[in-house]
Design a binder for this molecule. Structure first.
Ligand code: CAA
Length: 248
């Protein structure tokens, strides 16, 4: 028997890790909605490219750092007749600088986009999961939320906060058929990591025991498992995949 077809929402689903997750969930037979930053003019073209490769994604604009915008996203999704079963809170940014050089704007932007977004996006979607007695919330954190990283006080704080959010919500949802988990990827071959200065990036890669960056598809396969019925006993977990760079 085929596994049930669910509806998934992946924030930041049009690029990097988010796009890999969106495709993998689509491959698993789910209907996939992606959320992108409002006013992104390249999404239409990206959607067409995906169609040419056999992927059909519904797309909505949202500023995940803004509660009103996230509420509006949920309203539009529901008005269009979708009910989200699988939420992947993936959207995130970096503003790397040592604390000495980090300004308030760089702190706020990362905390709002990476951490406030957990509340903003999850809150208006969770009631419908509870009503239907089934849901999967998968929050994308980072190795640097566990181990810290030079130049990332903002990002490490936000990513560590994600797992606190996950654990508390997992307890609240434990009897309601909704699992809540964190996935903490290490350094992946994505634009975000490629933006790190080359000499620094090379040092980071040299410190990864398996000797390479991870592939977004490797993380996406894990997300597909967590989203499945088979993973019903997994909740409140933080699953790391980082090539052996940080073990705990
Ligand atoms: N530990 C100790 N000292 C370090 C260090 C480290 N890890 N890294 C740098 N330093 C030292 C340098 O040697 C240098 O010392 P001197 O002044 O004595 O020469 C000093 O600190 C300043 O270092 P930088 O030249 O790097 O400082 P900068 O201001 O030019 O750059 C930075 C700061 C932009 C934060 C840069 O260090 C950097 O890019 N760091 C990497 C940040 C990173 O890993 N980002 C990940 C982005 S991808 C992502 O986040 C996805 C994910 O989840 C993994």
């Amino acid at each position: 028997m085929n596994p049930p077809r669910r509806t998934a929402l992946v924030t930041g689903g049009n690029r990097g890790l988010g796009a890999a997750i969106a495709r993998a969930l689509h491959d698993a037979g789910h209907r996939v909605i992606i959320a992108h930053t409002p006013g992104n003019t390249t999404v239409g073209q990206w959607q067409q490219q995906q169609v040419a490769q056999g992927y059909s994604f519904v797309a909505y604009g949202v500023d995940v750092s803004d509660y009103e915008s996230a509420q509006d996203l949920a309203r539009r999704i529901h008005t269009d007749g979708h009910r989200i079963d699988i939420l992947v809170n993936n959207a995130g940014i970096t503003r790397d600088a040592t604390l000495h050089k980090l300004d308030k704007a760089g702190w706020d932007a990362v905390l709002r986009t990476n951490l406030d977004s957990m509340f903003n996006v999850t809150k208006p979607l969770i009631d419908s999961m509870i009503e239907r007695g089934w849901g999967r919330i998968i929050n994308i954190s980072s190795i640097n939320g566990s181990k810290g990283q030079f130049g990332q006080t903002n990002y490490s704080a936000a990513k560590a906060g994600i797992h606190g959010f996950t654990k508390a919500l997992a307890l609240e949802m434990a009897r309601k058929g909704v699992t809540v988990n964190t996935v903490s990827p290490g350094y992946l071959a994505t634009e975000m990591v490629m933006a790190v200065r080359e000499d620094i990036r090379q040092k980071i890669i040299d410190a990864i025991p398996v000797g390479r960056l991870g592939q977004p598809d490797e993380i996406a396969a894990l997300v597909v498992f967590i989203a499945s019925d088979a993973a019903a006993f997994m909740t409140g977990s933080n699953i790391a995949m980082n090539g052996g760079q940080h073990m705990y």
